[in-house]
Design a protein. Structure first.
Length: 140
């Protein structure tokens, strides 16, 4: 069976932005308990989305497109895209990517639009005609 060159999954809900992430990290006198709770909660949601989509381990470097579907324009784009860190960590922990370093990730693209309900669509591209890898292979 030929290897797919494109995978996609949807993360339901409004993920925390940079402002919420920073506030959680600073709460509790900087102990990061709220941040740890936030990251764990979103890791479970994201991992479930990845598993439901049936995305296999991807050996080649990938290029990712994050489409942030927001309910309104209240949050600035640079605040919204911070959620990508939780997504990348979940891709590694679920075994889709070996690592989220330069050898395994060729690049990102973020876009945003108004939609209800809020969510994030993640497209993973593996086609070498679309992806120009920084290095050959995907090793740590």
């Amino acid at each position: 069976m030929p290897k797919e060159s494109f995978y996609t999954f949807r993360i339901p809900g409004r993920m925390p932005g940079m402002n919420e992430i920073i506030a959680a990290a600073k709460s509790g006198h900087g102990r990061g308990v709220a941040y740890s709770r936030m990251k764990k909660e979103w890791h479970e949601i994201i991992s479930d989305s990845i598993i439901r989509a049936g995305i296999p381990f991807i050996q080649s470097p990938v290029w990712l497109h994050f489409i942030h579907l927001e309910i309104n324009k209240r949050r600035d784009p640079d605040n919204i895209v911070a959620a990508k860190k939780f997504v990348m960590d979940a891709l590694v922990k679920t075994g889709v990517l070996q690592n989220d370093n330069w050898a395994c990730v060729s690049g990102f693209r973020d876009s945003w639009m108004i939609a209800d309900p809020p969510s994030i669509l993640v497209h993973i591209h593996t086609d070498q005609f679309q992806v120009i890898p920084i290095r050959e292979g995907c090793t740590t």
